[in-house]
Design a protein around this ligand. Structure first.
Ligand code: NDP
Length: 464
């Protein structure tokens, strides 16, 4: 039931600016959170004109305030017997349409603002998946790089000793993200089970023998490529023969490259925080298998690709610089799959100048606001993260469904459901963009499509 609107004094634009000013004042020194909120608010101008009830019910003020923020000490012993102390977080952002759901990130750059931006994005992304999941995100400033398996296990056990009080299969269901893969989910699940004496679907991304879903590891990358294929289809085009740039070399990047190969495209690059490898011959299945072994088993660096495959070129980089050589390589499509703000204005200019036709975001918020604006103005196909990378959390939703039924679906069943979900997300974004007068603008489509379902559920549930 919606609340009646009193006669409006402010325009939607004024209202948005006022709320944005308050968000910045209440959340100082959190630029990534401000950026994520600003991007959504820019799209919502179109909605607020048609729906004054969101304003009178203060939905924007409420949706930008996490339902709960948990911050805690994580003490652990390193291999030398020395005490280390990290900081743990869980942001429970919004549970209007389901239990909190979203990954855990272990990376030295993690702080409250970064996790708030990720949790905020997650709310809209989860809404787009068509599955009943609220939004959350968590993690720690712990850096798994260079740590032994035992150190990672002791850290995960200490982290879960506190986190277990706040999560549960019907409350909050974390998953992986940067620095949290199968190994970490295993250690976290083991400690949860030990402390709670419960074998439940409290985490997703679990091992196949103990409640995991087939296709979950592949889902974000595969889903992003399925989404890109839909974008191209809307222009009667396909991925066949397309030259593709992929950044990162972790989970999302690896399975993006795999699905690109399945669909006949030619991936050219990988990267990590040390640099970029460009392989003019293309990354084939054999080279991809080598990268998977390098990254997932030996936990090595991508520069080793340049030593192993002689025609490949390694270019050192630094994320703090104003541009990356990766986005200045001539190609048809770009799949940023490493981290936030990795495509800056100069990178966007380089991509457009070199004739790039499509950007599909595997990483969360990989393009700055300036870069996003440039893609939209250039009229290229631009698939924003909250739509393009929603396949990961969607398949986590499928893992939850299997856990609840105590069943396991086949690889084909899960892949088929993932593919259909990505087609549905694209259709929703495409049609919503059109309905609100900005055809082809999938940023507006994703933000508005994701927002409406959550906002309406919040109205239905009263002032909570
Ligand atoms: P991984 O940890 O598996 O891989 C991350 C990759 O990105 C690594 O190559 C890493 O290099 C690079 N990277 C991370 N941080 C930085 C940085 N600050 N500067 C330069 N390179 C960096 O993570 P995922 O593949 O899981 O995640 C990648 C992105 O996809 C993230 O934005 C994540 O939020 C998003 N995402 C992931 C989902 C999932 O299911 N895993 C779901 C939806 C989105 P290095 O090893 O040097 O750090």
């Amino acid at each position: 039931m919606s609340v009646m609107t009193p006669p409006g004094i402010k325009t939607p634009g004024n209202y948005i600016e006022d709320v944005m000013t308050t968000v910045k004042a209440k959340n100082p020194a959190e630029p990534e959170f401000h950026q994520a909120v600003q991007e959504v608010f820019d799209s919502l101008r179109l909605v607020l004109q048609k729906h004054p009830e969101y304003r009178s019910s203060k939905i924007l003020e409420r949706i930008t305030e996490p339902e709960r923020v948990i911050m805690f000490r994580v003490p652990w012993f390193d291999d030398r017997g020395e005490i280390q102390v990290n900081r743990g977080f869980r942001i429970e952002m919004n549970s209007a349409i389901g239990p909190y759901k979203g990954g855990l990130r272990f990376h030295p750059s993690v702080n409250l603002g970064i996790l708030k931006f990720l949790a905020f994005e997650q709310v809209f992304k989860n809404s787009l998946t068509t599955l009943p999941m609220g939004g959350g995100k968590g993690g720690s400033d712990f850096d798994p790089k260079g740590k032994s398996d035992n150190e990672v296990m002791r850290f995960c056990q200490s982290f879960m000793t506190e986190l277990q009080r706040h999560i549960g299969p019907d409350t909050d269901v974390p998953a992986g993200d940067i620095g949290v893969g199968g190994r970490e989910i295993g250690f976290l699940f083991g400690q949860y089970k030990r402390l709670r004496n419960e074998f439940t679907g409290v985490l997703t991304g679990k091992g196949l023998n103990w409640g995991g879903s087939l296709i979950r590891p592949e889902a974000t990358g595969y889903g992003c490529v399925y989404f890109a294929a839909e974008m191209l289809k809307s222009k009667k085009d396909s991925l066949e023969g397309k030259l593709c740039l992929v950044s990162g070399s972790g989970n999302v990047s690896q399975y993006t490259v795999e699905k690109l190969l399945d669909l006949g495209a030619k991936p050219l690059t990988f990267s990590d925080s040390d640099g970029v490898v460009y392989d003019p011959d293309g990354i084939d299945r054999e080279k991809l298998a080598w990268v998977m072994e390098l990254k997932n088993v030996h936990r090595g660096r991508i520069r080793e690709y340049g030593e192993k495959f002689k025609k490949a070129i390694f270019m050192p980089t630094d994320i703090k610089l104003e541009h990356s050589p990766l986005w200045n390589i001539k190609a048809d499509c770009a799949f940023p799959s490493a981290t936030q703000n990795e495509i800056k204005a100069k990178d966007a200019a380089n991509l457009i100048k070199n004739g790039c036709k499509l950007v599909a975001e595997g990483a969360n918020m990989p393009s700055t606001l300036e870069a996003t604006k440039m893609f939209l103005e250039a009229g290229i196909l631009y698939g924003p993260a909250k739509a393009a990378n929603a396949g990961g959390v969607a398949t986590s939703g499928l893992e939850m469904a299997q856990n609840s039924q105590r069943l396991s679906w086949t690889r084909e069943e899960v892949d088929d459901k993932l593919h259909k979900i990505m087609i549905a997300i694209h259709k929703n974004c495409f049609e919503t963009a059109e309905k609100y007068g900005t055809p082809g603008n999938l940023v507006n489509g994703a933000n508005i499509g994701g927002f409406l379902k959550v906002a309406n559920a919040m109205l239905d549930q009263g002032l909570v």
